[in-house]
Design a binder for this molecule. Structure first.
Ligand code: ZN
Ligand code: ZN
Length: 355
């Protein structure tokens, strides 16, 4: 008899239904994972509201997960039933122009597990065995839930490549908190984080991720404030983690001559931001972009968590049962007080953390 499981299926734009569906069948190169926790991401909101990956519906989203290996394909090596694992969600072809050059994130046939294919807002999810990374015991269950978003932060940090003792501004106080922590870990000084929520900035302060905390509801001219802190020069690096044309325009202005703007925040396709070409020609300013983690970013993040180089746990707001995912999506959209929510298919009542 076919084994069934509960899964939240986005049937069409704005319509999510909790269904009984067959447990995914794995081939020799895949593993079946029993989902323990899956973070709710802005991308899930965008899929639900039809702003992203609409053409892939209906499917079950959820890409920020970890779980326990339930079944192992014949070819899988180094994995056994009962292992705690997280999976690199990127699926690339390996043979296109970009893949051949090692630029896998640009793969012409790029898909991501839980963004374009069935993901982890379900009791089980399957993944290629080569994409799985074992989570050591030293990494607790809550920290493990941050692995996927942290891989995006790590990749972005590698692309930005800030040097020791350089100034970094992080615009945005969501994932920006982790970007800020990563910049500090790399030896940037000063690190300046800019946000629009007192609660989030207070949390960032508590986590000690920066040297300066700028609240845009109190500081009128953020560009001037960054210039003031950097002795009139501007910042060596500015990382945009908000995703609006206006904040990109600020980033172009506050970066110093010869400095780097790291583009991380996703602005809707077709929207544009203005910059002065003069500043980029005579000022030799640069822009680099990066949006996701891939491959061994997973291994490296797990290593950072294992040795406590970063501790994302204070950002954990609450865990919700699978049944309440749709409500949670609405709450995330409207309630700025919530930093990060996770779904756990095993629970029947919400668990509140770091209230
Ligand atoms: Zn995400
Ligand atoms: Zn490819």
């Amino acid at each position: 008899m076919m084994k069934m499981m509960r899964a939240q299926v986005i049937e069409s734009v704005g319509k999510m239904v909790l269904k009984n569906v067959p447990v995914p069948e794995i081939n020799d190169d895949e593993v079946l994972i029993k989902v323990k926790m899956c973070g709710i991401c802005g991308t899930d909101l965008k899929i639900y509201s039809g702003e992203y990956a609409k053409e892939y519906l209906p499917f079950t989203s959820g890409h920020e997960f970890w779980g326990v290996v339930e079944e192992v394909g014949e070819n899988a090596k180094g994995l056994k039933v009962g292992d705690r694992v997280s999976a690199d969600i990127c699926i690339t072809c390996g043979t296109c122009y970009f893949c051949r050059r090692g630029e896998h994130l640009l793969c012409e046939h790029f898909t991501q597990l839980g963004i374009h294919t069935n993901g982890a807002f379900a009791e089980y999810v399957k993944a290629p065995w080569k994409n799985c990374y074992v989570i050591p015991d030293e990494v607790d269950d809550y920290s493990a839930a941050f692995i996927e978003p942290m891989t995006a932060v790590l990749q972005s940090s590698k692309v930005m490549d800030c040097k020791i003792s350089t100034s970094v501004v992080v615009l945005g106080c969501g994932l920006g908190i982790l970007h800020s922590a990563m910049a500090k870990l790399r030896g940037a000084a000063p690190v300046i984080i800019v946000g629009d929520s007192k609660k989030r900035l207070d949390l960032a302060k508590k986590m000690d991720v920066a040297d300066y905390y700028i609240d845009i509801t109190e500081v009128q001219d953020v560009v001037a404030e960054v210039k003031r802190i950097t002795s009139g020069v501007g910042a060596d690096y500015v990382l945009e983690a908000v995703g609006t044309p206006a904040t990109y325009e600020q980033a172009f202005k506050m970066v110093r001559r010869g400095g780097v703007v790291e583009a991380f925040g996703v602005v809707g396709q077709g929207k544009t931001a203005a910059f002065e070409p003069y500043e980029f020609v005579l000022g030799e300013k640069k822009v680099r972009g990066s949006c996701a983690g891939i491959g061994n970013d997973w291994g490296e993040v797990i290593n950072l968590l294992r040795y406590k180089r970063m501790d994302p746990k204070p950002m954990f707001s609450q865990v919700v049962p699978l049944e309440e995912l749709e409500d949670a999506l609405h709450e995330l959209k409207t309630n700025k007080e919530i930093i990060k929510m996770f779904v756990c298919p095993d629970i029947t009542e919400r668990i509140y953390i770091n209230k």
